[in-house]
Each structure stands twice: as C-alpha cells, then as structure tokens.
Design a protein around this ligand. Structure first.
Ligand SMILES: C[S@@+](CC[C@H](N)C(=O)[O-])C[C@H]1O[C@@H](n2cnc3c(N)ncnc32)[C@H](O)[C@@H]1O
Length: 277
C-alpha cells in the first residue's frame, strides 16, 4: 500500500476546488470521448473511473450501458459530479478516494479508466499498480495524459520557472503529470506492471476568440492557473505573471490570422492495456 503524501493531496484538493471546473471539463469532453472509445467500454461492463472530476468519462460510460463507480480525491469535485450526473439523469456511484490506495477489492472491474486524472498522483507507480489490481484478468486499463510539446506542456514549463514556493501546481520534472506524456516513459511504467500498452495520440484544440479571451477564461475557471496567479500575487508579481501567461498563449497560438481566433492545441496520449486472462 502506498504512503500518501498528505501535503501534496491538500494542494491537489485546493487546485481542483477553486475556479469553475465544469467549464474547463466541458472543453475537455472529447478527451474522455476518445479514452472511453479506445478502452472499448460496452454495455453490461463494470467500469471504474479514477479521478472522475465532475464525471466526463463516467457519464459516457453509463451512456454506453456500463455500470460505473467514480472515485476522486477532491470532495468539491464529487459534489459537482453528483449535481451534473443527476441533471443528466444517470446513476454513478461516487466515492471519495485516492488513486494511489483505492479502497476497492482486487479484480472488481472490467474496465478501469482515468482521464487526465491519476497522472496527478505523486506516486505514479502506485497509481498504475492500483488501476491494474482492481481490474479483472482479461480486463482493460486505460488512461489519458497531456503529451509533450503542446499548449499544456508549454504553459506548465513557463510557470514552473516562476512559481512561488508552496504554490506549485506541478511537481518536479519526470515525477509530475507531464511524465505521463512521454511515450517511452509510459511504456516503461506499464512494463513495470507486466503489461504492453497501446498508445494513441490525439489533439485537443482549445479555441477562443483571442489570446486575451483565452487568458480571461483560464484565470477565471482553471484551478492550476488560479493557483499560479495566487502564488505570484503573494510575491507582488501578478502583472508579470499575467504577461507571462499572455505571452505563452500568443506563442502557442496556431491560428493563421487574428480573424481565425486563438487556437491552443494540446496533444494528448491515450494509453490502453489489456490484462492477460
Ligand atoms: C484535470 S481533472 C480530470 C477530471 C476528469 N477525469 C475529467 O476528465 O474531467 C483531475 C482530477 O484528478 C483528481 N485527483 C488528483 N489527484 C488524485 C488522486 N491522487 N486520487 C484521485 N483523484 C485525484 C482531482 O481531484 C481532479 O478531479
């Protein structure tokens, strides 16, 4: 059983409580769609959605006829999931829990999925081991992570250099969520639990009318951005921080003209492993 780093867990809970997570999640819905599709979730299956957030993947799995349990570290996320899933008229069993130490028996699920979720667990090996442990022989483990080189990596790299101590939304290189975006590292991590993994790269396009509109959106809705700005504000560096983020957006914008708006492309990896029977 993994030792849980309670300080890191408190930072995560804070980040995913502030802001307007549902507004961010609606923009990331297609990442859940790709992952559910590639995992092959089907009617009658028992599915565990690890780090369910407000339930993007859980909702899609129920719509396919699966029975779904969603686990998340952050109580505020589970509250949002409850409200949203009730409004959608679907039933998902929601439980508080940590991806690194799931309170679930061995082999209980046909599919164990995590969309941009378990990547935030500090002990990556424990998080993957737990997903595999609770999946039955012959079942499927699938996860999505931001890949290298896109908008998500770019802003996090810029921010990592500027962070106020103690406000870090991103842990050290090779230990944080971005390491799950490196195909070789992902293969090594799955090999360590005795599995081959298929990797699929997709691109999410965060589109906005302008870089300024993008900045306003992230600073109002996205927990990691808000936490970064709060840390910089405590150091009296909010103007510099705003400028840094704006410059990141301008640099990352792949649109051909101002009329085409602002497009922040974020490649992501979907990893799928089938367990031996
Ligand atoms: C970017 S959100 C993704 C949520 C959801 N899967 C989605 O696609 O919208 C990251 C989620 O991971 C959760 N999380 C972070 N660390 C976790 C951990 N160790 N165990 C369980 N959930 C965790 C957060 O509370 C948050 O809801």
């Amino acid at each position: 059983m993994a030792d849980i780093d309670e300080d890191a867990a408190a930072v995560q809970r804070h980040i995913w409580t502030i802001g307007d997570y549902p507004a961010v999640a609606r923009r990331m819905f297609e990442v859940a769609e790709s992952t559910v599709e590639l995992a092959g979730i089907d009617a009658g299956q028992r599915v565990l959605d690890v780090a369910t957030g407000d339930g993007n993947a859980a909702l899609l799995a129920v719509r396919r006829g699966a029975s779904v349990v969603g686990v998340d570290l952050t109580p505020a996320q589970l509250d949002k999931a409850l409200t949203r899933l009730a409004a959608e008229g679907v039933t998902v069993e929601l439980r508080p829990g940590d991806a690194q130490a799931l309170d679930i028996g061995d082999d209980e699920f046909d599919v164990v999925i995590s969309v941009l979720g378990m990547i935030f667990a500090p002990d990556h090996a424990a998080a993957l081991r737990e997903m595999v442990r609770v999946c039955r022989p012959g079942g499927t483990v699938a996860a999505a992570a931001w890949a290298e080189g896109g908008w998500m990596g770019r802003w996090r790299a810029a921010v990592a250099e500027q962070l106020a101590p103690g406000s870090a939304p991103t842990p050290a290189p090779n230990a944080g969520p971005d390491a799950w975006g490196d195909p070789d590292e992902v293969r090594r991590r799955f090999a360590a639990v005795g599995l081959d993994v298929e990797l699929h790269e997709r691109v999410l396009d965060w589109s906005f009318p302008s870089p300024e509109a993008a900045l306003d959106f992230y600073l109002e809705a996205s927990g990691p951005f808000i936490a970064f700005m709060d840390g910089m504000r405590r150091r009296g560096l909010q103007d510099e921080a705003r400028q840094l983020l704006h410059q990141c957006m301008v640099d990352a914008d792949t649109s051909s003209s101002a009329e085409a708006g602002c497009h922040l492309e974020s490649p992501y990896l979907v990893m799928v492993a089938r367990l031996p029977r």
